[in-house]
Ligand binder design. Sequence first.
Ligand code: FAD
Length: 539
Amino acid sequence: MKKEKIEVLVIGAGPSGCIGSAYLQSKNIDVLVVEKAKFPRPVVGESLIPRVMDHLDEIGIIPALISEGFEKKWGARFLRGKNECVFNFSQKYGEGWDWTWQVPRADFDDVVAKEVQKQGVRIDFQSEVINVEFNKNGDSITTVRDLDGEETEIEAKFIIDSSGYGRVLPRLLNLEKPSSHANHSSIFTHIEDVNRSSQERGSLISFDILETEVWLWVIPFSNGKTSIGIVGPSEFIDKLSETGNTTEAMNTAIGLSEFYKERFEGLPFIFKPLLLKNYSRSVKQMYGKGYALTGNSSEFIDPVFSSGVAFATESGMLSAKLIARQLRGESVDWEKDYAGYMKRGINVFSTYVKEWYTGNLQTVFFHEPANQDIKHQICAVLAGYVWDETNPFVRKHTNVIKNIAHTIMMNNMLLTDFYHQEKFRAIDKNNFEVHIRINKKHDIFNGHFPGKPITPGVCMIQIIKNICTEIIGKPIVLDKSKYIKFTAIINPEVNPDLILMIQFVESNDETFRVKCEVYFEDTLALKLSSEYSILTNRA
Ligand code: FAD
């Protein structure tokens, strides 16, 4: 058996492995990439996001990629019935690239790998890792088998596992963990897009929502072909493909799209549609002594926001930087500087994916009129800038979407004539007296409760928030309430006229606390103390 000794072994020459190995090479670290496939090889994941450009730029290969003429991606469109919501990366909050590409991945990955080879990285194609043994100190012996069946033992100080769905180390070291995301699957293919409009919208990446959890992707390429794929809960995709005929399933999926069926119906598929079941992946740990897991070998959430390649390049680059530091003799806190950092970004995207499938994010996307500040901040998340804590949609990701969707739903109900503001008086800059009249004929009272109308507490909380929004003049979300006390029933038949005494007790540019008392005649009906966040940092 042949033997080799190197400093860093990278498994897989996808975007993650290529970015990491190019960085190590630039630091004169002895790096070898082993890749089991022959490139170009098929791979899914064609819609990039702007954050990827930072990494491609850092290894200096943007000019080479520009000369390939890939389709420029400047934003993304979400469709639901006749409604559309378009995000334009040039209008995103904060710094960062405002464009990227939509690419046939086989070609894109091939160019990236060739460019990295030109920089001196050795990539052994058609060489498959079949075993890895670690010593106590983290050094490892990896067995690689080439196309002729010949095996080589490679001794390395460090391994970057960028093997994607190969998931070499998660399998060998028993690191697999079920994903916290619901089981979703996908069927996808490419078509000759002969009916594509030459207008800008014709080449815009689109996500057509067929049901809350079912959507179709449409990714047009500059070579006239277009990638299409359907995504949904695994039971839905199983049913769609129950005959085992993925061509039939893909045709049915196209027929479900009012928007695209005319453009795609009857066009032949370039390859038999592929089925990928239960695609989300997770791991128990992202690093260990002598190794780091990157890209899809560590975590894959969902394709809906096209974050896969961006996480692959982010983790590939970061792991390489930390290894370079470690090989220089510096101490590295892998938990904080690698797993902690990556998880912060993964958690943000995870929230957005989860809120997409609950329907909350879709409520926010399709709300009219759109609040442009909110849209710009969400756009930065969709561009992959999920570590920018100055963005409230990053910093408060765990509840911001849920809260806004809730506000929209409540307002849809309340603003249809639930109450009227009769008087507004600013007593001083922190104290306000607001008179409102509840509409006793509103539909809500048919259900709450027939013959015995009671104003729901949740509506009162929303009214207070609406009035605070008007006073602040910016979108806000309710963070928490110190107390909410309902001290009398508000019967709109008897007491439709309410007086709200609102006091701003603590406020700064980002948050404020409000105390409010609600009266009818001399009766105190509600007392509340709540904290809100302001959803913009702009003046
Ligand atoms: P890969 O690109 O998969 O590369 C891994 C490489 O490792 C492969 O070349 C493989 O041959 C090699 N390898 C595997 N095992 C071994 C072994 N034993 N020895 C040697 N080499 C090995 N992401 C997006 O950014 N945009 C999208 O639009 C998008 N759409 C998606 C749609 C679906 C349905 C799914 C499931 C995923 C999608 N993704 C998308 C995710 C994207 O495919 C991945 O996140 C991305 O390809 C990960 O890159 P990587 O470098 O980690 O792995």
